[in-house]
Design a protein around this ligand. Structure first.
Ligand SMILES: Nc1ncnc2c1ncn2[C@@H]1O[C@H](COP(=O)(O)OP(=O)(O)O)[C@@H](O)[C@H]1O
Ligand SMILES: [Mg+2]
Length: 400
């Protein structure tokens, strides 16, 4: 266990791949009524750029213009004004659409097709040959934990299982840009974690992800940049670590200290920052980490379940050679809190970092691309108070 001390100043920096995947300038969409009169300005002159390898969050309350923006990215709606380039080209071109994977908010699955037939159908829409369709379909169903249910009709599936089919369907064409609308809705916490790990793995492979979600904790876990919309306009945008950093505070995390040492440190900090400005507490692990740990222990103890099982291997065609055997296990091992080591209390150590070298090795993608660094703070390491403060800040941005 560690002690935690919060007082004044911290900063976060990062770099990203420079290749733009989406470029929107003055993007506007006005809906007209039957007589051609403007009815709703759904998107109102927004500018944003999304770069290769980014996980980009599109946020905003209902009716703020997210779906309209996504439909323009997919080439389903034509902008009224402004310019939009996707993968360097017009989103309306068939060649552009072939490189995009899309998970709609509601997956419209044909209820009488089995899971395998559903994926085969979507594979055929992309013109994949039968052998390749079969290979990808097997790997994807295994990856999303639906291998044993492959021959069941999707009409019988629970919401979470249908969501897993939708995620597999969005990846059947090995897309360069993946647009996911509420990907974790209806999933249990294990499924949520798997989807988030998958999103990060895809990004490290140089794929670009756009995530629309109301689950701010999920957005915070995986996105490196966000755009917050309201009334069709951009209210805030930028790197999440920069938007959420509380600039006038410093956090120090140290191995558990004895009361005498805490008192000495407190005296020192009180002298520097003024009495009443320093807090000391013990970080907690967060409910998600705790829950996943409990479930993993139950699985290890061999407890039976009739529910969805944990996802399996990442589809081979989605990962380069040397990728993880089991995505969840390998990422979890890598993200596990390190054993406490003696650390000086002052000056403060840097914020806990994910082992980026190990993650690059996991994705098997060190050489073929230059994706941005992995999100800096592993959820398991992030003290809960931090998440709460960050969520408050994100909420206030949205409600502004
Ligand atoms: N086809 C449409 N015709 C008329 N108005 C629409 C249409 N689609 C969306 N809108 C309006 O545009 C605004 C933005 O909607 P939308 O993009 O769906 O928001 P969000 O996805 O953020 O909830 C809303 O006011 C909505 O009523
Ligand atoms: Mg919407």
């Amino acid at each position: 266990m560690s002690s935690e001390i919060a007082a004044g100043t911290a900063s976060a920096t990062g770099k990203m791949s420079s290749e733009p995947v989406v470029e929107a300038v003055g993007l506007t969409k006005v809906f007209h009524d039957f007589w051609g009169r403007p009815k709703a300005k759904a998107v109102n002159g927004i500018d944003f750029t999304i770069r290769r390898g980014q996980v980009f969050g599109l946020l905003g309350p209902n009716g703020s213009g997210k779906s309209t923006t996504v439909k323009m990215l997919l080439g389903l709606l034509y902008p009224s004004r402004g310019s939009l380039k996707v993968l360097g080209d017009s989103p309306r071109r068939v060649e552009t659409k072939r490189r995009i994977g899309y998970l709609p908010e509601e997956s419209y699955l044909y209820r009488y097709l089995t899971a395998a037939e559903t994926l085969d159908f979507f594979g055929s829409l992309f013109g994949l040959p039968p052998e390749e369709r079969r290979r990808r379909c097997d790997q994807l169903l295994e990856m999303v934990g639906l291998g044993p249910s492959r021959n069941r009709q999707v009409g019988e599936f629970s919401k979470g299982m249908a969501r897993r089919v939708g995620i597999a369907q969005a990846l059947i064409n090995d897309p360069d840009l993946v647009i996911l609308d509420e990907p974790t809705s209806g999933l249990d916490p294990v499924g949520c974690r798997e989807v988030k790990d998958l999103i990060q793995l895809l990004a490290r492979r140089g794929k670009t992800i756009i995530l629309c979600s109301h689950l701010l904790a999920d957005v915070e876990d995986v996105c490196d940049e966000v755009l917050v919309m309201y009334g069709g306009r951009v209210q805030a945008k930028g790197r999440l670590d920069e938007l959420l950093t509380i600039g006038d505070k410093t956090r120090i995390i140290a191995p558990k200290l004895d009361p005498a040492m805490v008192s000495r440190v407190l005296d020192l900090l009180n002298a520097a920052a003024g009495p009443g400005n320093v807090q000391i507490d013990q970080p907690s692990m967060g409910l998600e980490s705790f829950f996943l740990d409990v479930v993993r222990k139950a699985q290890q103890a061999g407890n039976e379940t009739a529910g969805a099982r944990a996802a399996g291997r990442v589809a081979d065609y989605l990962k380069a050679e040397g990728g993880p055997e089991n995505l969840l296990d390998s990422l979890r091992d890598d993200l596990a809190p390190p054993a406490p080591a003696p650390q000086p209390v002052v000056p403060p150590p840097p914020a806990p970092q994910v082992n980026t070298a190990a993650l690059a090795a996991l994705s098997g993608n060190g050489a073929d691309s230059a994706p941005p660094p992995a999100k800096s703070v592993a959820p398991a390491l992030r003290p809960q108070t931090d998440t709460r403060a960050a969520n408050e800040k994100l909420k206030s941005l949205i409600e502004k």
